[in-house]
Design a protein around this ligand. Structure first.
Ligand SMILES: *[C@@H]1O[C@H](CO)[C@@H](O)[C@H](O)[C@H]1NC(C)=O
Ligand SMILES: *[C@@H]1O[C@H](CO)[C@@H](O)[C@H](O)[C@H]1NC(C)=O
Ligand SMILES: *[C@@H]1O[C@H](CO)[C@@H](O)[C@H](O)[C@H]1NC(C)=O
Ligand SMILES: CC(=O)N[C@H]1CO[C@H](CO)[C@@H](O)[C@@H]1O
Length: 410
């Protein structure tokens, strides 16, 4: 099927910057590399004691942990030294990078995706509607619920008219500040719709699977990261006390309750499992399609690692060999299309209530993963728009390789 791009009115408007953005003046990001279990223990203690914002967790000995520190935490550097933990400054001016990441003109255009800039949540939703029109009867926008603040939770289903196929589920934007993830999801949607009938590989994958893509799982948080606090991670539902939000990726109803119950923590698990409507909508919907989902990947930044279940325990699932086989295929394909080196593995900690564990443990999706994509060199969460295309390309190669393998095994 050849897709014609509709002619739309292009409304150009360079928007002024929103005032009242939270200041991160004097904040830095430290990279700490624990070399022993003892050092991992010490680091965890500091993280809890100082309520530090962990940007990246270490995935084993010698793998870095990145933590953001405020000007008030500056004596922590000395304490780390005294504990013989080697640390270096990854980002010395968080505020400066935030300014850079917003420093681009924002245009608005339809159906053709502009991969040179980030889209805000209303732009993503509008673009999805537009591109679904281009796709026609094969595509459907499914509103699976509403967020705490009343935004729609939009999943796009991309298939062929009528017939039901095995399914692949991909999601992004569960953590608000990880801006590359909705951008990569929209790139995937664009590829699957606008290159169907053009790129033979895409056509083959469209023939083989129904694709479900949920680009912004946490739209309230994502919007807040555009308007108010670039470093926002959680949802925007209120808690008793001063601290707002729950970590949506600790809120799933599987092994929930072993996580943080500190409302101010970045990984606060919420008052109860699936307290967040963003997550209960996700699981309600997934329950209706889960039986025929072959592969589920939740996209995050950053760390260049495909994470395997379980997160709640260091125990491996009985079919770990299968999961590792497909992970190898993914990582090899990503690395063949990247200047970076991705790996796969379990996380070292034990975290309850994650999407990946729920997808495998409850929805019975055999191949359930979390993909921690790149952060853009030394930018962490503040990757510039120039990272959108390379990140999308390498991760698309990973999905294609996995999907082709699953296709051959059907
Ligand atoms: C895409 O966005 C960039 C950055 O905002 C802008 O310079 C460029 O003109 C846009 N491209 C189109 C086709 O609108
Ligand atoms: C999102 O983009 C649209 C269109 O460019 C604009 O009207 C709206 O104000 C933006 N919202 C935010 C939160 O930046
Ligand atoms: C967290 O757990 C502690 C100890 O069980 C309890 O005292 C506290 O009330 C809990 N806090 C929240 C917000 O649930
Ligand atoms: C999807 C994609 O671009 N895959 C490419 C990854 O790299 C290999 C090896 O260079 C190419 O053959 C693929 O086309």
């Amino acid at each position: 099927m050849y897709v014609t791009t509709y002619a739309y009115l292009v409304i150009l408007g360079i928007l002024g910057y929103v005032s009242g953005y939270k200041s991160y003046e004097g904040y830095q990001v430290l990279r700490v590399v624990p070399d022993s279990l003892n050092e991992i223990g010490i680091l965890r203690k500091f993280i809890l004691q100082y309520k530090l914002d962990v940007w990246k967790e270490s995935t084993g000995l010698g793998s870095p942990t990145d933590i953001m520190i405020s000007p008030n935490d500056i004596d922590l550097i000395r304490l780390l030294e005294e504990a013989h933990l080697s640390s270096s400054i990854l980002i010395d001016d968080v505020d400066g990078l935030i300014a850079l990441s917003r420093d681009y003109a924002r245009f608005r255009e339809y159906s053709e995706l502009n991969t040179s800039r980030f889209y805000n949540v209303s732009e993503i939703h509008e673009w999805l509607e537009e591109v679904a029109v281009v796709c026609g009867a094969s595509c459907q926008i499914i509103d699976i619920g509403t967020s705490y603040e009343g935004r729609p939770l939009k999943v796009i289903k991309i298939s062929r008219d009528g017939e039901q196929r095995r399914r692949i589920w991909l999601d992004g934007g569960i953590h608000a500040r990880e801006w590359l993830t909705p951008a990569v999801m929209t790139y995937f949607v664009d590829k699957l719709i606008n290159e169907d009938g053009v790129d033979p590989e895409v056509t083959e994958l469209r023939d083989a699977f129904d694709w479900y893509i949920h680009p912004v799982v946490n739209p309230d948080g994502y919007d807040y990261s555009w308007t108010t606090d670039r470093m926002w991670r959680k949802t925007r539902s209120p808690n008793p006390g001063d601290c707002v939000g729950t970590d949506p990726n600790r809120n799933f109803d599987f092994m929930w309750g072993i996580g943080s119950n500190d409302t101010c923590s970045q990984v606060y698990q919420g008052p109860s499992a699936e307290s967040e409507s963003e997550i209960s909508s996700y699981t309600d919907f997934m329950t209706t399609i889960g039986d025929s989902v072959d592969l589920s990947i939740s996209y995050h930044t950053y760390g260049e690692i495909l994470v395997l279940p379980w997160a709640y325990s260091t125990v491996e699932p009985p079919d770990i060999a299968d999961l590792e086989r497909l992970a190898t295929i993914c990582v090899n394909a990503v690395n063949a299309n990247s200047t970076l080196v991705y790996e796969f593995g379990q996380i070292t900690g034990t975290e309850g209530g994650l999407s990946m564990d729920w997808s495998k443990g409850v929805a019975n999706i055999k191949y359930s993963y979390i993909m921690e994509m790149r952060g853009g060199g030394t930018y962490g969460f503040l990757a510039p728009p120039s990272e959108i295309v390379p990140t999308s390309l390498e991760n698309w190669a990973g999905v294609v390789a996995m999907a082709k393998d699953l296709m051959q095994r059907k």
